[in-house]
Ligand binder design. Structure first.
Ligand code: ATP
Ligand code: MG
Length: 204
């Protein structure tokens, strides 16, 4: 279906349409088990929620899966419990309080600066929520809850887990508007297994 390459522990795949990203997500969702953690990074509008919609469908969630941009957290019950978070607003609030950044959604310079790691998105992707805030919101409790977690703009929650799948969605430079590159890396034995099983599905 797609070219894919294996570079050490990184697995990358290109998609050419939103539906293709959703299909990839569905294959991941079918493999997902209670307690799995998936972190999603990448610029605004890259396709994290689109991928998540596929994951939810694959995990047996019926009905619409919308972006938790404003609500932060959506909880679903399918074949397994699934929690979908988007901490962008929290991170942005933190950043605005400390160092205001001009966001220009969809500007080519922003996409470019995301790719070279200097843009506002890149800063937010690297941003850390203060621990007291994560705790106050009960975010750490979700890691104990047994639900599978899908987390956009994780804001340092990576530190809470020893086993997780990391997926970054990028706009490749100078390509068609609907092209994306997903770069995936697994930390820990469960996520390595999950990633290797998922990658097998990419060939089908
Ligand atoms: N190959 C592709 N994969 C994913 N989405 C695509 C692709 N091509 C076009 N799109 C479009 O790009 C947009 C991706 O939006 P989405 O909400 O998934 O991004 P996001 O990464 O979750 O952004 P945010 O950081 O704002 O939450 C959608 O409108 C989707 O239809
Ligand atoms: Mg999103």
């Amino acid at each position: 279906m797609d070219e894919f390459q294996v570079m050490d522990e990184l697995q990358t795949i290109e998609t050419h349409a939103a539906d293709q990203t959703r299909r990839l997500g569905r294959a991941l969702g079918q493999l997902l088990q209670a307690g799995d953690v998936v972190f999603l990074s990448g610029a605004l509008g890259a396709g994290k929620t689109t991928l998540s919609q596929g994951v939810a469908a694959g995990a047996g969630i019926e009905g619409p899966v919308t972006s938790p941009t404003f609500t932060l957290i959506h909880e679903y019950e399918g074949r397994i419990p699934l929690v979908h978070m988007d901490l962008y607003r929290l991170l942005r609030t933190e950043q605005v309080l400390s160092e205001p950044v001009q966001f220009q959604q969809g500007q080519p310079e922003q996409v470019q600066s995301e790719l070279d790691g200097t843009g506002a998105d890149a800063q937010l992707n690297a941003a850390q929520l203060p621990e007291h805030e994560a705790t106050a919101l009960g975010l750490d409790d979700y890691f104990e809850s047994g639900a599978a977690l899908l987390i956009e703009w994780p804001g340092g929650l990576e530190d809470y887990v020893e086993d997780a799948l990391y997926i970054r969605v990028d706009f490749p430079k100078g390509r068609e508007a609907d092209e994306r590159v997903l770069t995936c890396r697994a930390k820990g034995p469960r996520s390595r297994l999950l990633l290797s099983e998922w990658v097998k599905q990419w060939r089908l």
